[in-house]
Design a protein around this ligand. Structure first.
Ligand SMILES: *Cc1c(COP(=O)(O)O)cnc(C)c1O
Length: 227
């Protein structure tokens, strides 16, 4: 038992509220995604008992085991990790959201494999906003074409963008990178895509991300503890 998950959640929510106030944004504009990777179903149950509904997972098979164990709870599951072609069916069948689409082939498979009995899979495209060493994420130049193609797939609903920038030297530097993501989202909106989600900001850069328009921050360690 970790009796402090509820306390940790309350603290993270308080940080989000303070950042929204500082940025002049309504508190309701930013949602918290609790990243439960490596933690068991019990920890997720505790977080749910404290009011948390949306959970993020990186490792697909681990996540599916947890999702099955927790079917009795009305949770929303977000895939935030890299997706290989041979894992798309598991993702399409078990998750509500995917933040980490960065190739059309993966999006096509997710759309084809999404069961007809489920609502469209909610999708964000992962963008490499800072040219970081991580191989994940589409480069900004290729984003408009990928976004239009993903938006046209029948069983997906494109919601916005996701970023995982390299750790920044300062909050100003973090804001510069997050601003780039917001401008990319706005450019897609100008091109006619109805997008409402910017999944950006983790524990270290949450304030900077919220200042620049994040609508979903992803936090693991500060809620569940050190992995
Ligand atoms: C693990 C992870 C998080 C959460 O990181 P913490 O340091 O545990 O808060 C957020 N986003 C992604 C994509 C992750 O893989």
């Amino acid at each position: 038992m970790n009796a402090s998950i509820a306390d940790n959640l309350a603290q993270v929510q308080a940080l989000i509220q303070a950042a929204c106030l500082a940025a002049g944004r309504p508190v309701s504009a930013v949602r918290l995604l609790a990243v439960s990777k490596t933690w068991g179903a019990d920890a997720v149950r505790q977080a749910h008992a404290a009011g948390q509904v949306a959970f993020g997972e990186n490792y697909i098979q681990e996540a599916v085991d947890k999702i099955v164990q927790l079917r009795d709870l009305p949770l929303k599951w977000h895939c935030i990790g890299p997706i290989q072609s041979n894992k798309t069916r598991l993702v399409a069948e078990h998750f509500d959201w995917v933040h980490s689409v960065d190739r059309l082939k993966i999006a096509q498979r997710l759309s084809e494999q999404r069961p007809a009995s489920l609502p469209p899979l909610q999708v964000c495209i992962q963008v490499n906003v800072d040219g970081g060493a991580t191989k994940s994420g589409v480069v900004p130049q290729a984003l408009p074409a990928l976004a239009q193609a993903v938006a046209a797939l029948p069983n997906l609903q494109l919601r916005g963008l996701m970023t995982i920038p390299e750790p920044a030297q300062s909050s100003e530097a973090a804001r510069v990178v997050h601003r780039r993501a917001r401008l990319l989202l706005e450019a897609l909106q100008t091109q006619g895509l109805a997008l409402d989600t910017l999944s950006m900001g983790m524990s270290a850069d949450m304030e900077a991300a919220i200042w620049e328009g994040s609508t979903m921050v992803r936090v693991g360690t500060a809620i569940f503890g050190k992995r």
